[in-house]
Design a protein. Sequence first.
Length: 179
Amino acid sequence: MKLRWTFFTFLALLLMPSTVLAQKVGTVYWQSNGGGCVPTDQTIQNQQYWTVTGAGRVKYKGNGTQPLAFSCPVSSINSNVSGGDGTVLRLFYQDPDGLEDAFKVEATLRSFAKSNGTYNGEVCKVSSSKKGEWQDDTSNVCLIDMNANIYWVEVVIKRNQPSNSVVEFNGVSLESRVF
């Protein structure tokens, strides 16, 4: 009997780490790198951005200071994701001054109704707040209804003056918030 208890205890301990890790599996509904998003007409006309094609990041070109705006259509949703405790918008970026105002990257999830095209406005928003080369921040919980609405993420990169410091948009994702 002791051998049987030991075997099942060993088996339970062996399986426990994979169960803990499985909680994080399939938490991403949708994601896009910066290069997968479409620049707005004004951003194209200003000719102040470039895409790092090998990495899919977008950033300022030259001495530009006009805001760079990109639209990221939310499509190809991963239907295997559990709702968890809600959905958050995650922004991946590089910001040389964090919470300061000289550089900023912002992502806003927006929607309109499928039934009549009514613009629903801002669903949730996240802004860069950490200083560094590869950072990410998440929004508060976003209330999403994929059956009723069509969604896109609008990303804006800003800098107040020309700089050798890099501010860039690396990507965005919609993720199930799992605790």
